[in-house]
Design a protein around this ligand. Structure first.
Ligand SMILES: Nc1ncnc2c1ncn2[C@@H]1O[C@H](COP(=O)(O)OP(=O)(O)OC[C@H]2O[C@@H]([n+]3cccc(C(=O)O)c3)[C@H](O)[C@@H]2O)[C@@H](O)[C@H]1O
Ligand SMILES: Nc1ncnc2c1ncn2[C@@H]1O[C@H](COP(=O)(O)OP(=O)(O)OP(=O)(O)O)[C@@H](O)[C@H]1O
Ligand SMILES: [Mg+2]
Length: 313
């Protein structure tokens, strides 16, 4: 396997082989433990009718139900929110997902008025019409705002649906669907997510349908794979440590490097500048931590003291 491939697999916490029953249990337990450790009793998530929110939603509902049973505290709840932009083309799938999840609560909030409000304001400010692509990212950020608003109202933590196949390509809107409090799908490939839904007896439609960000007015329901220019199966092969062509691997790795800023906290001063005490503390810590590298720059990078190293881009 390529060295960079192994590094990405490790960094994104992908397990090439999973036991779906065990994976479901561990991820539900993670949500329960996280709620209990923070003192929160509620989780919230936007349900689109796609695979990722269906899976994350089901895991969250199971976590809430188990916590209610184990603690006899009825305050543990999972709250969903439908966030259509106007009328959603695949509303039936969203309803199917809700029927499968059986969430404790469903809100609906139309993001169209607030998204559209930006259109004339943007043009007024710039004298140029907003592009369909940029408007798509506004939709994702409006959904984030709605989830955080309802989350604050309900004292709920916001669930994110990021997983390894999205993380490796940075295929999410920064501070849009990329913003959340807790991500129960971390490390899963797209096909592993489908396997978990199958194991949970979800309707097949919800894990066989074509994944779409569905953010563009001009290309409704455009397949992620069309925009990405790469199939999820190929991304999954790469992430599960299977052989892919050098050309494919290089294009994935290039994208991974280019989108690094989306997987990290914002670059903050003095990022890239390190003081003598910082270097000493990194060296001391690194003698205890199980680093995969003997390279000093990699170690500093792992502690966010430098932005990149030639080894990992
Ligand atoms: N090197 C750097 N260091 C720090 N920040 C950097 C940066 N380069 C750009 N940036 C910042 O990042 C911004 C670009 O990132 P971002 O705003 O996310 O924009 P961008 O990556 O261009 O767009 C998001 C992509 O994710 C896709 N998406 C979105 C939502 C959901 C899904 C889905 O799978 O369902 C997919 C969407 O279709 C699109 O292709 C720049 O405008 C700039 O502010
Ligand atoms: N119309 C919508 N209503 C509510 N939430 C949405 C909507 N569209 C997107 N979201 C939220 O944004 C997240 C990111 O969208 P994304 O398309 O990656 O996931 P998905 O739709 O659940 O699955 P898939 O990738 O298979 O389409 C969703 O998981 C969901 O939480
Ligand atoms: Mg989708």
């Amino acid at each position: 396997m390529r060295r960079m491939q192994q590094e990405i697999i490790t960094k994104l916490q992908v397990r090439p082989v999973i036991d779906p029953h065990d994976e479901i249990k561990r991820r539900v337990r993670f949500l329960k433990d996280y709620l209990q450790s923070t003192g929160h009793k509620r989780l919230i998530l936007g349900i689109s009718g796609g695979q990722d929110s269906t899976l994350a939603g089901k895991l969250a509902q199971l976590a809430a139900e188990e916590l209610r049973k184990e603690t006899a505290d009825a305050d543990y709840r999972f709250i969903t929110v439908r966030l259509p932009y106007g009328t959603q083309r695949d509303e039936d799938d969203a309803q199917l997902a809700l029927a499968f999840i059986q969430p404790d609560q469903v809100y609906t909030l139309n993001i169209r008025p607030m998204t559209d409000a930006f259109v004339p304001e943007f043009e007024q400010a710039t004298a140029v019409p907003i592009s369909d692509y940029d408007k798509g990212n506004v939709k994702a950020r409006m959904r984030m705002t709605a989830q955080y608003l309802l989350g604050a109202f309900e004292q709920a933590l916001v669930i994110g649906t990021d997983h390894a196949a999205e993380a490796v390509t940075g295929f999410f809107t920064k501070f849009g669907d990329g913003a959340s409090d807790v991500t129960p799908l971390t490390g899963l490939t797209k096909r592993q997510g489908a396997l978990l839904l199958q194991t949970l007896h979800a309707p097949a439609r919800l894990y066989t349908k074509t994944p779409t960000a569905d953010l563009l007015d001009q290309r409704p329901g455009q397949a992620d794979e069309t925009e990405l220019g790469i199939a999820y199966d190929v991304l999954d092969d790469y992430l599960e440590g299977r052989p892919v062509s050098d050309e494919t691997a290089e294009s994935i790795e290039k994208r991974y490097r280019q989108t690094r800023h989306k997987r990290e906290l914002p670059a903050g001063y003095p990022s890239g500048i390190f003081s003598f005490p910082q270097i000493v503390s990194v060296l001391v810590m690194s003698s205890y931590a199980p680093f995969t590298k003997s390279c000093l720059i990699c170690r500093l990078q792992a502690h966010n003291r430098v932005k990149a190293c030639a080894h990992s881009g």
